[in-house]
Design a protein around this ligand. Structure first.
Ligand code: TXA
Ligand code: MG
Length: 316
């Protein structure tokens, strides 16, 4: 296994049917040829991901959508023009070229144009799109730098394309455009407010579901190994004071807890900064000698909504 910025090496490995971890602006992806069932099977096996959880297919340009999807509504082009490349995934009716294995048997496919120069260059150099889930074992926190990937999947991978720290740090927003009305299936790196402003209508959010076809929507997901307690930190400090705890706060520090056991997501209350720091913070706590992570809801607006969604799913 190696880590580097060699796009031609990444291309070679992908063309041979193997996998490469790729950087995006949201989180790192575990990528393989989306047209190749063997590569897709390797993705599921490497992550221990159940085959009922569909993959997102990545490409470099809206003009490529026609190879991946059919009956693409105008709304998709309107949103793509404004937000692609960027942290937005479209659920569209799939074309025949996308194997059902990639979509977990669904007649729809998730399509996204990631905003990272290395990965965009790679996508342009290969002649197939890349199926890529987040590059973490199934159910765990997504990786936001190459070392996160190396720690967990390093022994199963040939190459990690090093694009540094992810600028957004939280997975893409997923909008389903395959039905009559658009629906948000996952809150993520693109604020719903921005989507609503562009399509000039309120959009329904349907992220919690017992539907096992979309485990990103399961109630426990994106979870670290330590127990996450979500609520008012001050009052939970009283309840948990005798336990081994750490604090993941939005802005504040708490004098009753050891400084080395506290992380502030953004000292000056910036939600973008908080999103960028979230997954690294959860991973740091997993390496500490603690039992519980006390954390709190952030303001319920913009990226705060997506962060709160991840905290809720990570919590017990
Ligand atoms: O930001 C991201 O989207 C990252 C980067 C690598 O692009 N990818 C990512 O993939 O988060 P993954 O596999 O960890 O999460 C994708 C989620 C799945 O859990 C599933 O819920 C949903 O996307 N999804 C994919 N295809 C779908 C489909 N056809 N219908 C409904 N949901 C779908
Ligand atoms: Mg994931």
């Amino acid at each position: 296994m190696s880590i580097g910025k060699n796009i031609d090496l990444a291309k070679k490995i992908l063309e041979s049917g193997d996998l490469v971890a790729i950087p995006t602006e949201t989180v790192y992806g575990l990528a393989g040829n989306a047209f190749d069932e063997n590569a897709i099977t390797k993705i599921f096996e490497t992550k221990n991901r159940p085959f009922f959880d569909p993959l997102i297919v990545h490409t470099y340009s809206v003009s490529e959508f026609k190879h991946l999807a059919i009956d693409i509504p105008n709304l998709a082009f309107k949103l793509a023009e404004k937000f692609c490349p960027g942290p937005l995934t479209f659920i569209l009716k799939k074309s025949k070229k996308i194997p059902l294995l990639a979509t977990a048997g669904n007649e729809t496919v998730g399509v996204r144009i990631p905003n990272h120069s290395l990965t965009l260059e790679l996508l342009q150099k290969i002649n197939f799109p890349l199926a890529a889930p987040s590059a973490n074992p199934f159910g765990y926190v997504s990786p936001t730098n190459p070392f996160h990937v190396e720690n967990q999947l390093g022994n199963k991978l040939k190459y990690i394309l090093d694009g540094g720290n992810c600028k957004i740090g939280i997975e893409s927003t997923i909008v389903d455009l395959s039905l009559e009305k658009p629906i948000i299936l996952r809150l993520g790196g693109l604020e719903i407010e921005a989507i609503e402003e562009t399509i000039k209508q309120k959009i329904q959010v349907k992220t919690s579901s017992s539907n096992p076809k979309a485990p990103g929507m399961l109630s426990v997901h994106y979870a670290p190994k330590k127990k996450v307690i979500l609520g008012e930190i001050e009052s939970n400090l009283k309840k948990f004071h005798a336990k081994k705890i750490a604090i993941l706060a939005f802005q504040k520090t708490y004098s009753s807890v050891n400084k080395s056991h506290q992380i502030q997501l953004s000292k000056n209350g910036n939600l973008k900064e908080a999103a960028k720091n979230l997954f690294s913070a959860l991973r740091k706590f997993d390496e500490m000698d603690i039992e519980y992570i006390l954390t709190e809801n952030l303001p319920d607006e913009g990226l705060g909504k997506a962060i709160n969604d991840r905290l809720k799913r990570a919590s017990v």
